[in-house]
Ligand binder design. Structure first.
Ligand code: BTN
Length: 536
């Protein structure tokens, strides 16, 4: 069984997924309690070594450090709640020391008080801009879980299983490359080795040695795709005593040898690659993601991720479906332009969003929201500061490093926004017409891992909501390269004119001063005086 440890940073998360969602997430564990109320639909739930069907009108609860994952069978309507148990110390005797004997509660609508509380929690969370738990929310959560736990039965005292598992996992993830044994863990953590071994087998469903090898092989995969160390050096670096044990463990987990893996993941010569970026991979993105609202697919080379995702959206795909491509042959830009999308050096990603807003409002808001999310992600991953040029270009030292294209899809009942993001990441040779106006993160000597950047963009997007522009528009305005500048407006139709950019509205329109009058520009584009793309 393979799974990963998810280090959650916020105390609380609530997702309300109306009809058409898909509850799909690979096996993971965390210190938080996770609860799903399946209103309608069918998902297979994996919990430690067992699996259950979660169907209409049922609640599933994963307790701290239980390995859990979901395999969606049909479009679902569900609510997902993830909570740090430390927020409710009153329930510590249950959440810390026991586990449910059955993790599923059926016929939830027989308990209307539970559903009413869940609805109040949803409303309180939606109305509170902060991920921190306020006292009203805490009260609701305490009442909800107290009532729920009264309806469930629990296995007898488990001692301090949960805290012990957390300590063991933290220790292993930080020290897997050292020589590890149950004896060493027992000495370091002051826990009996028999108890540790029992926790692995009974609670985590995996043998200690297999667990350590899982971390070592995962780390080896990263090294193998970087092509810096030799296979023998990698074997030692990740903690294998001999190359033989490394090969054996690697083949057991990955199904191929380390050298085959390296061949498959390095398509260009090493020296050329060193100037480029790491291979894009859905699993690397998923393991770097903190949010669990996405399904991610990576393609090699396709015409356009926006175009492909549009078709997928029309067949009913869920909010949070993400498509990336290593290269695009017909990358689309705004105003019918193309977007230069060479292989191995860019991040070309489209995200399917189904916001709870009229599409006409959502498209403008999603564009500005995405600009803030991408700016945050770039700064977090590369340390570089970017600016936003109205409406959707990200600039690095006055040159375009990222373009964003939000396209509305509406056919019959299918309403969605396809949010396309293109970031120039690695070394690339721009065609002559772009040399003076485009740049890449690599131009500043930053070698950025596209997988980490993709995960950071998705996490930053998940933290924002187009229905709450007050949470990101102040940042958009602060990062604006346009606001307060002398600009040339190039309207959709009509003659270009000079103006002073005054401000950007919450819906993404640009307010300009033209001949002493304030004019609202909601389409077309602008160029900023004294910058490389200014069009006099
Ligand atoms: C622009 O600069 O005008 C917007 C460019 C948007 C490019 C991205 S790359 C991923 C997605 N797929 C596309 O075909 N376009 C967007």
């Amino acid at each position: 069984m393979s799974f990963f440890y998810e280090n959650r940073t916020s105390d609380f998360f609530f997702r309300n997924k109306p009809d058409g969602g898909a509850l799909q997430f690979s096996s993971h564990l965390h210190y938080h309690i996770e609860l799903v109320y399946m209103r309608k639909g069918q998902t297979k739930v994996l919990l430690n070594a067992e699996s259950f069907m979660l169907e209409d009108d049922s609640i599933f609860v994963a307790f701290p450090n239980q390995i859990h994952g979901y395999e969606s069978y049909a479009p679902e309507s569900y609510q997902l709640l993830i909570l740090n148990p430390d927020v409710l110390p009153e329930l510590g005797n249950i959440t810390g020391d026991r586990i449910p004997s059955c993790p599923i509660l059926h016929h939830v609508s027989d308990h209307p008080d539970l559903l009413a509380l869940l609805e109040m929690i949803r409303a309180e969370y939606a109305g509170s801009p902060s991920p921190l738990i306020n006292s009203a929310l805490r009260g609701l959560l305490l009442t909800f879980f107290s009532k729920l736990f009264r309806l469930m039965s629990f296995n007898g005292q488990k001692g301090n299983d949960s805290r012990a598992i957390r300590a063991i996992i933290e220790f292993c993830t930080q020290n897997y490359h050292r020589e590890l044994s149950l004896e060493l863990l027992s000495r370091e953590l002051h826990i009996s080795k028999y108890y540790i071994s029992h926790l692995f087998c009974d609670r985590l469903g995996i043998r200690f040695n297999d667990y350590i090898n899982f971390w070592r092989v995962s780390a080896a995969c990263r090294h193998l795709s970087e092509n810096v160390l030799s296979i023998t050096q990698i074997s030692t670096a990740v903690g294998f005593g001999t190359i033989r044990t490394f090969n054996r463990a690697f083949i057991k987990q990955m199904g191929i040898s380390p050298s085959e893996y390296r061949r498959n993941h390095l398509s260009s010569a090493p020296t050329e690659w060193m100037q480029n970026t790491l291979a894009l991979s859905a699993s690397a993105i998923l393991s770097a993601l903190s949010s669990n609202c996405y399904t991610v697919t990576v393609e090699n080379c396709i015409p356009s991720t926006n175009l492909a995702l549009k078709n997928i959206a029309l067949s009913g795909a869920a909010h949070g479906t993400v498509l990336l491509a290593d290269c695009q042959t017909e990358g689309r830009g705004r105003l019918g332009r193309s977007f230069y999308s060479p292989g191995k050096s860019g991040l070309y990603m489209s995200v399917l969003l189904r916001p709870n807003l009229p599409l006409s409002v959502a498209a403008g808001r999603v564009t500005t929201m995405a600009a803030v999310a991408v700016a945050r992600a770039i700064t977090r991953i590369s340390g570089l500061n970017v600016q936003i040029k109205w409406v959707n270009d990200l600039l690095l030292k006055n040159k375009k490093v990222c373009g964003i294209l939000a396209e509305a899809v509406s056919i019959g009942e299918e309403n969605a926004i396809i949010l396309g993001i293109g970031i120039n990441v690695g070394k690339c040779t721009f065609p002559p017409e772009l040399i003076h106006i485009a740049t890449t993160l690599y131009a500043n000597g930053k070698k950025v891992d596209r997988n980490l950047l993709a995960a950071a963009v998705l996490d930053e997007l998940a933290a924002l909501d187009p229905a709450r522009p007050q949470e990101y528009m102040p940042e958009y305005r602060a990062l604006s390269a346009t606001r307060g500048k002398e600009i040339r407006v190039l309207p959709h139709s009509g003659e270009p004119y000079d103006a002073l950019a005054l401000d950007i509205t919450d819906d993404g329109a640009l307010l300009v001063e033209k001949n002493g009058q304030t004019v609202c520009v909601s389409s077309g584009e602008v160029s900023i005086r004294n910058t490389p793309d200014h069009q006099p």
